[in-house]
Design a protein around this ligand. Structure first.
Ligand code: ATP
Ligand code: MG
Length: 568
């Protein structure tokens, strides 16, 4: 469903680099840290990186930035691979290639660190973490050199070796690049590049007790994989000078190849009514505000998937929002519009009754024959894609049907066109009926609506138009309708910027983000397979829940309505 658009600023850079011969082809990467579930913001990064490689005939690496042994694990590694695959991409140049991992390069990174020490470009600092922080200075104040900054190269090599051999406890020393403690860019004030962590790593086990810092590891990973365009979010802009500093030196020393990768920054995705901080999402899960990482209200990829968003819709969404260099908010409706555009021609239609009341056709037996069930049908796809023939849904009309409670009014409000005594409507795909009244319980609540069927008015027969009606209502036969659980989801937050400016995001939780109703669905819907998407006529898009749905015992999740109910 690609849409024509001019090149974005990253595409312009790539096109220039290809034209000038600066690069022969392009390579990008998606480098998640396996410390949580991916969310819609990561989807943007995935679609961008993989999309660019597809567009320019290059490749994209999936690489786990697993330099933080304590926070990472295999559950996250697997969920991330699933998410990328589900979004429709494959990595590292082949359908079944294993992903790369930063930890594969620990040996090289160690050598690169030793090289920097040998060149007088790195030193072991034994100041406390607190002193390092204090001596770094701030925006207006230059930093102060560490008392350990001018150790000899030999001393540094020995100390770094002692760190490597596990002879130093956690936090007792770090290796720092020796750049400039007075640099206006704080990231160049001798950044730490290695730290001591006596921790077991999910991939390298106990092989290492020193681990590279992200800022040191990342450029090296990119360089070793010969990534050409390393695309990241704006908050890494200040890191770019160090990225370039490091790669220039390693290339000078012949440790890595020219041309070295270049980093480019784009604005992260901010989506209204959504939070995308992993830490805050974890809080929602831990405090049971939601029912897990894959709760259909979560903006995680597993949550979006369970909610019924399709990979195509997410890709379309990412294409439409594009990339820019300035932070902005994308309205949540953009995602729903992409979903509707994707499903409009694909999702089978079906009738459901979400708030059922029984309607009895009192003259049915007399006019149609006692116990008669009239076979009815409608196309599953009223506007099928080119060259596709719509399947047909079959259902039956009998003496009793379920209708929506709101489709009957004993005393109709002005302009009401549905059922009220004396009015005629069509049962969609069936007959015209005339309302005659209702039955109420002791509390005055309507428990049954009464009507008569108008013979010879069946949809699709020559007599269909002989009686004019102003409305057609949705319905499900009592005889062949199937009871279903329908989960009506809505936005998790009622504030468009739930956590902006340090706000307490839990203060704006939408109390109506989940409602569960006992509904009736037409027989074709009851046969749905898990994860199958539908348009429920008049209500919007729904999906058969991938965990709880069973054919014959249906459970559906609402994805989104037919229109944006949040528009002001
Ligand atoms: P953490 O705070 O744990 O580092 P993170 O969201 O940055 O969280 P990573 O696993 O490091 O998580 O992210 C992988 C990639 O996804 C990075 O390149 C990052 O820039 C990108 N990314 C993360 N959040 C967004 C977002 N909201 N919009 C666009 N890209 C994002
Ligand atoms: Mg990150």
């Amino acid at each position: 469903m690609a849409e024509e658009k001019g090149p974005n600023f990253i595409e312009e850079i790539i096109e220039q680099d290809l034209k000038s011969g600066k690069v022969a082809g392009i390579a990008t990467r998606f480098p998640p840290e396996p410390n949580g579930y991916l969310h819609v913001g990561h989807a943007k990064s995935i679609c961008l990186n993989f999309g660019l490689a597809q567009k320019y005939g290059g490749k994209t690496n999936l690489r786990f930035d697993d330099t933080n042994p304590e926070k990472e694990n295999l559950e996250f590694v697997n969920s991330i691979m699933d998410a990328v695959r589900w979004l429709g991409f494959h990595w590292n140049g082949a359908a079944d290639a294993p992903p790369y991992q930063a930890s594969d390069y620990f040996g090289f990174m160690h050598r690169a660190a030793v090289y920097l020490i040998e060149q007088g470009l790195a030193y072991v600092d034994e100041q406390s973490a607190e002193d390092i922080r204090l001596n770094r200075g701030d925006f207006g104040k230059p930093g102060v050199n560490s008392p350990f900054r001018d150790r000899s190269i030999d001393d540094n090599l020995q100390l770094f070796q002692a760190m490597r051999e596990g002879k130093r406890p956690d936090g007792s020393a770090v290796l720092r690049a020796k750049i400039d403690m007075a640099s206006p860019n704080i990231n160049l004030r001798d950044p730490a590049i290695y730290r001591i962590r006596h921790a077991t790593h999910h991939h390298t086990g106990d092989q290492w007790c020193i681990y590279p810092m992200y800022t040191f590891a990342h450029p090296i990973e990119d360089a070793l994989e010969q990534v050409t365009h390393s695309i990241c979010t704006l908050e890494f802009e200040d890191q770019r000078p160090f990225y370039d500093w490091l790669l220039e030196r390693l290339a000078d020393g012949g440790l890595i190849q020219q041309p070295v990768p270049r980093q480019y920054e784009f604005a992260r995705l901010n989506l209204t009514y959504v939070i995308t901080s992993k830490r805050k999402l974890k809080q929602l899960v831990d405090e049971k505000v939601v029912e897990g990482w894959d709760d259909p209200r979560m903006p995680t990829i597993v949550g979006l998937r369970r909610r019924g968003y399709t990979p195509e819709a997410i890709q379309l969404f990412c294409e439409r929002i594009g990339v820019s260099k300035a932070d902005s908010w994308i309205d949540y409706s953009t995602l729903d519009i992409a979903l509707r555009d994707d499903l409009e021609s694909k999702a089978h239609r079906g009738m459901v009754v979400l708030d059922p009341v029984k309607l009895t056709l009192s003259n049915w037996d007399e006019v149609m024959g006692a116990g008669h069930q009239e076979p009815c049908s409608l196309p599953a796809l009223p506007h099928p894609p080119e060259g596709v023939e719509s399947p047909v849904r079959h259902f039956k009309l009998g003496k009793e049907v379920w209708i929506e409670r709101e489709d009957f009014e004993e005393v109709p409000p002005k302009g009401y066109k549905r059922l009220f005594p004396g009015n005629k409507v069509r049962l969609k795909g069936g007959y015209v009926i005339e309302c005659t009244g209702c039955v109420k319980d002791a509390d005055g609540r309507v428990i049954e609506v009464l009507a008569t069927v108008v013979p010879d008015t069946k949809s699709g027969t020559p007599g269909a138009d002989s009686v004019k009606v102003k409305a057609a209502i949705t319905w499900v036969g009592v005889a062949d309708g199937v009871a279903a659980e329908v989960r009506l989801y809505d936005r998790l937050f009622s504030d468009p910027h739930p956590d902006a400016g340090g706000k307490d995001f839990k203060a704006s939780l939408n109390p109506d983000s989940k409602k569960v109703v006992s509904a009736y669905v037409e027989p074709s819907l009851a046969q749905a397979h898990a994860d199958q998407k539908f348009q429920f006529e008049r209500f919007g898009y729904f999906v058969a829940d991938c965990k709880d749905h069973q054919p014959g015992k249906p459970v559906f999740n609402k994805i989104t309505g037919l229109k944006d109910s949040w528009a002001k």
